[in-house]
Each structure stands twice: as C-alpha cells, then as structure tokens.
Design a protein around this ligand. Structure first.
Ligand SMILES: NC(=O)c1ccc[n+]([C@@H]2O[C@H](COP(=O)([O-])OP(=O)(O)OC[C@H]3O[C@@H](n4cnc5c(N)ncnc54)[C@H](OP(=O)(O)O)[C@@H]3O)[C@@H](O)[C@H]2O)c1
Length: 334
C-alpha cells in the first residue's frame, strides 16, 4: 500500500503549480469520482473555486457527498446554487456505473473532464461482482466508466466544442521492484492472478494500479486515438499524499505509512493539483503517464513502457470482461 522511499517519493516535489485556471475552467462541467475526501475532494474544490459551471461529486455515500458539497460551497461561494451536485456512484456495482453514465448523458449539457479518482486499497480479501474489490473498483469499473463515457463526451463536445479529458488516477506504486516481481507471476492474466486465493490481498492495490497503467496506454494509443475517440485519456500519479487511502492498513503498516507521510507526503491539496493537470492537459497527454504536473513518462520503467504486447494483452482481457458487463460497450467506442 505505501510507496517505498526508493521509488522517488523522497525526492518528490512539493508546492506544485496550479495549471487549471479560471480562464480554462470557467463555465465548464467536471465530474470527479471519490470527491468526498482526499485528492478528489481537493480537486473538486479547486474546480468550483475556479468558476466551473458544474462540478459533479460522484460518491458512494451521498451523506458524505453532501458534507463535502457544503464545504466546497463555503469555499467557492456557490452555496444555495446547484453548481456543485452530489450524484451516487458505487464502483463496487457495475449497475451503478451504468446508471451514473446514463444520467450524465441525459442531464449534462457538456462534460469537459472526468477525473476517475476513486480507488481502494485493502488488506483483506473482499469480493464484489465476482472479483476482489481492487480489481472491480480500480480496474473494471474505472474502465467501464471510461468506455461508456467516451461516446457520450464525444457527442456533447461536437455540440459545444473542445476536446474533453478523461483522467485515470493511477499510481507509480506498481513500478517498484517488489511489485515487478509479483507482476511477473501474473502478467499473462493479471485479473485472474489478483483474484486468485493465493494472492496476498495487500499486493492487489499496486498490482491493480499497474494493470490500469498497462491497459490504459494501449486503449488510448491504439484503440481510440484522439482523432477517432474525440477524447483525451491520460494517466496521472499524484505521488505520495497524506489522505485516508491507508485507512484499512493494520497498525504496523499504518505506522510505516504515517512515517512516510510525515517525512515526504504531499498534502491532499498539493497532490490534487496533479489531477487538475490531467484534467486540463492537451492532446499531447493522450495515452501518457503524468507525474508532478509534468510529463511522467521518464519515471515509467522500461519493463512497463516497452511491453507493448503485454499492454495489448492486458487491455484485451479487460475489454472481454467489459463486453460481458455491457455488450457492445467497447465496439461502440468508435
Ligand atoms: N494518497 C496517495 O498517496 C496516492 C498515491 C498514488 C495514487 N493514489 C490514488 O489517488 C486516488 C485517490 O485516493 P486518495 O489518496 O484521495 O484516497 P482516499 O482519501 O481514500 O479517497 C478515495 C476515494 O475513493 C472513494 N471510493 C472508494 N471505493 C469506492 C467505490 N466503491 N465507489 C465509489 N467511490 C469509492 C472513497 O469513498 P469513501 O470515502 O466512501 O470510501 C474516497 O472518496 C486513488 O485512486 C488512489 O489510488 C493516491
């Protein structure tokens, strides 16, 4: 769960630039998943303060979303308006993802960026929709939401202009050598590997993020280049940030994580600037890994970057699952 100090955390930058500006965001519509706490909350707050016309807080517990909305309304001066809205989204349930996208298609005039931020890190083996939760939440539902949204966002953009963004919030925690060794054992079928009863549950978080990275690069570059898909899809790693992500960690791991947070952690607000970078980055960011509000490709190891066949294989496995969940969703991407 925690990132170790040998993967760049000790040297990570602080006080990142805020690349989303009032000029860019004013009047636009944004969706942020997992916006009730942590990085998602801070990113949504920035967007509201920057004058966004609509900020959808996509959360699994509406009461937590309402608490977040009240805080954001107070910070942005949007109280009493419907600029910030709380919509239910539970990534443990595929039907919830489908209902959310249907609602977005029907109710939103435009969607300028979707920040797919919600994610889960667990230390016990828990299942949802027939898979361990990090697979369901971090991988399958995240990509289901992306593939369902691409045609919706493309159609809306044809009417209002611009090229919208989908930001997949991943992690370079999957790039460390321990995760690499685990990946070698499951890389031919990472979904089955993570779901296996032999898999140590705590390993599924970095492996699920690595799976996202492998698949998203191929999806963006090879399946839906911007000229065909009409949407920029990029990946960002927020770096090590002080949030509630480690809430499920047992005491000893929690203390180690806290020590790393104390020594090197970005505040959630600082880390949220990386999400906003993804939301406003141009077409040159399509299929790219972003980090510290800049091109993050230099931090992607060769065993990830150069494995194009494995990237395709990982995407194909996910696409097969998505076609069962919602027949036609991958073929309708173009
Ligand atoms: N913090 C870091 O150091 C770090 C580093 C690298 C990457 N990341 C990534 O950054 C993203 C945000 O994490 P964070 O650090 O801000 O952690 P966080 O404070 O734990 O926030 C996670 C968010 O995801 C939501 N979520 C979890 N399961 C969900 C589900 N089934 N359906 C809908 N929402 C769900 C949570 O909602 P509830 O509050 O209802 O649980 C919460 O809003 C994650 O994708 C994480 O992997 C974080």
């Amino acid at each position: 769960m925690p990132q170790s100090t040998d993967d760049g955390v000790a040297t990570q930058a602080h006080n990142l630039p805020l690349l989303a500006t009032r000029e860019i965001c004013s009047g636009k519509t944004y969706i942020v998943t997992g916006a009730n706490v942590g990085l998602g909350f801070e990113a949504a707050k920035h967007l509201a303060v920057l004058g966004a016309g609509r900020v959808i807080l996509a959360v699994r517990t509406p009461s937590k979303g309402e608490t977040a909305k009240a805080a954001i309304d107070a910070a942005a001066g949007t109280g009493g308006t419907d600029v910030v809205q709380v919509w239910p989204l539970d990534l443990e349930k595929f039907d919830s993802v489908k209902a959310f996208v249907k609602r977005a298609a029907a109710e939103l005039e435009r969607i300028d960026a979707v920040i797919e931020n919600a994610g889960v890190a667990l230390v016990t083996r828990e299942m949802a929709e027939g898979h361990v939760k990090p697979v369901t939440v971090n991988v399958l539902s995240t990509f289901l939401m992306a593939v369902l949204l691409v045609p919706v966002m493309r159609e809306k953009a044809k009417r209002v202009g611009g090229t919208p963004n989908i930001v997949i919030v991943t992690s370079r925690a999957g790039f460390d050598e321990k995760c690499h060794a685990d990946w070698e054992g499951i890389k031919e079928d990472p979904i089955r590997g993570m779901d296996s009863e032999e898999m140590v549950p705590v390993k599924t978080y970095p492996l699920s993020k690595l799976t996202e990275t492998f698949a998203a690069g191929h999806l963006a570059r090879e399946v839906i280049p911007v000229d065909k898909g009409g949407v920029v899809i990029n990946l960002i790693c927020p770096g090590l940030c002080v949030t509630e992500l480690g809430r499920n960690a047992p005491p000893e791991m929690f203390s180690r994580l806290k020590a790393l947070h104390d020594a090197y952690g970005r505040t959630a607000e600082d880390g949220s600037r990386t999400l906003l970078h993804g939301a406003v980055a141009g077409v040159e960011s399509h299929g790219k890994f972003l980090h510290s509000c800049q091109d993050g490709e230099p931090v992607v190891p060769d065993w990830v970057k150069n494995e194009t066949e494995l990237q395709k294989n990982t995407w194909d496995l996910i696409a097969k699952e998505l076609e069962v969940i919602e027949p036609g969703c991958v073929s309708k991407l173009l």
